[in-house]
Design a protein. Structure first.
Length: 120
């Protein structure tokens, strides 16, 4: 299996299933970011996402539930803009398998064939 290029802080052990709209980590399929975003826009959105994730951590450490809720909303906004959540960005009719366990998906055979250290 081919390894996908690490992006957005992804570890290099993630595997790319036979569809380009997802990646696999820990045995679960995750929706990939929209590859049609221009590089500047993608970089800006990733920076917003990372800032929002840091804000979640800070709010949790401060035990501030209102700030944590706001930070989670900012994470969601960035992920939707990246195409990792919300309406699908692809138009080939493939289903959105985000968060589906690979072993319970149409890609179960692909996942079962992965070496144990790459299958998560």
């Amino acid at each position: 299996m081919n390894r996908i290029t690490p992006r957005y802080g992804q570890p290099p052990c993630r595997q790319s299933p036979p569809i380009s709209a997802t990646s696999s980590s820990g045995g679960r399929l995750w929706r990939a970011a929209n590859p049609h975003l221009d590089e500047a826009r993608r970089a800006d959105l990733v920076a917003q996402l990372m800032q929002a994730r840091r804000a979640v951590k800070t709010a949790r450490a401060a035990a501030d539930p209102d700030a944590e809720d706001a930070a989670h909303r900012a994470v969601d906004v960035a992920k939707i803009a990246l195409g990792e959540r919300g309406p699908v960005w692809w138009q080939d009719g493939a289903p959105d398998l985000n968060r589906t366990m690979a072993r319970n998906s149409p890609y179960a055979d692909w996942f079962a064939a992965l070496p144990p250290d790459d299958a998560g």
